[in-house]
Write a protein that binds this ligand. Structure first.
Ligand code: SF4
Length: 211
C-alpha cells in the first residue's frame, strides 16, 4: 500500500478540485454486475473520487438559472474528465500501474431505457468518505451538500482508503426534497424513480422551486 503515491496524487489534483477521497475496490461488493471497479480496470485496487462544487449564485439567478446550470454542468464535466485523464497518465508514470478515467457524465450504459454510469460515482463518493446518502438519493458532502459534481479514476495501485461517513446528512424530520419534487419521482416509501425524474427534468425552471 503506497502512502507516498496517495500523497502525490492529492498534490497532483491540488486546488483543481474541491474534494478528493480514496475507496478500496473491496468496498464495492454491492455494485451491480458489470458496474464494479474491476469491470473498468484490470486488477483494480482503488477508486479515487474527486469533486468540484457548483456556484450557488447560478441556482438563485433571477432570470437565467437554467441557462447557467446547463452551461456550467457541461463545463465542469469536461474539466473533470480532463483531470481524470491527466491523473491516469500521472499514476501510470509513477510505476507499474493501470489507471482508467471514469466519465463524469457520458458515455452511459443503458439497461432497458435507464442510463447508468460505468461505475456509480455517487456510491464511489460515499465509499471514498466524501459524504453520505441523503433522503433525496444524492450523495451529500458535509460542506457542499449535493452540489459536488464528481469524477473518478480506477487504478491497480493499492492506496490507503479514507474513512466513510456514517452520520445521516439529513435533519431528523426533513423531507423537503421529496415534498417539493416537481416530477413526483419519490414513492410513498421514499423510493426514487430515476426515469420519472429524467423525463421531466428538462422542463423544470428552478425558479418555480423557490415559491
Ligand atoms: S431536503 Fe432534507 S431530506 Fe432531502 S436530502 Fe436534503 S436534508 Fe435530506
Amino acid at each position: 500500500m503506497s502512502v507516498a503515491l496517495k500523497k502525490s496524487i492529492i498534490d497532483q489534483l491540488g486546488s483543481h478540485v474541491t474534494a478528493v477521497g480514496f475507496a478500496p475496490a473491496n468496498r464495492f461488493k454491492d455494485a451491480p454486475e458489470k458496474h464494479h471497479p474491476t469491470n473498468a480496470c484490470k486488477d483494480a485496487q482503488t477508486v479515487i473520487v474527486f469533486g468540484i462544487t457548483m456556484p450557488q449564485g447560478m441556482l438563485h439567478s433571477p432570470d437565467y438559472n437554467l441557462h447557467f446550470l446547463h452551461r456550467t454542468y457541461h463545463t465542469v464535466y469536461m474539466h473533470l474528465d480532463k483531470l481524470g485523464l491527466d491523473l491516469c497518465n500521472f499514476i501510470e508514470s509513477q510505476g507499474d500501474y493501470f489507471a482508467v478515467p471514469i466519465p463524469s457524465f457520458a458515455p452511459l450504459v443503458y439497461h432497458d431505457l435507464e442510463p447508468w454510469g460505468i461505475i456509480s460515482l455517487k456510491h464511489a463518493a460515499v465509499h471514498a468518505g466524501l459524504g453520505a446518502f441523503g433522503r433525496s438519493g444524492l450523495m451529500c458532502h458535509p460542506v457542499y451538500g449535493s452540489l459536488l459534481r464528481l469524477g473518478a479514476v480506477v487504478t491497480s495501485a493499492d492506496l490507503p482508503g479514507d474513512p466513510v461517513i456514517e452520520e445521516d446528512p439529513c435533519p431528523p424530520k426533513c423531507n423537503a426534497c421529496q415534498e417539493v419534487c416537481p416530477s413526483e419521482a419519490f414513492d410513498s416509501e421514499g423510493g426514487f424513480n430515476k426515469l420519472t425524474c429524467i423525463r421531466s427534468a428538462r422542463t423544470i425552471n428552478l425558479r418555480d422551486l423557490e415559491t
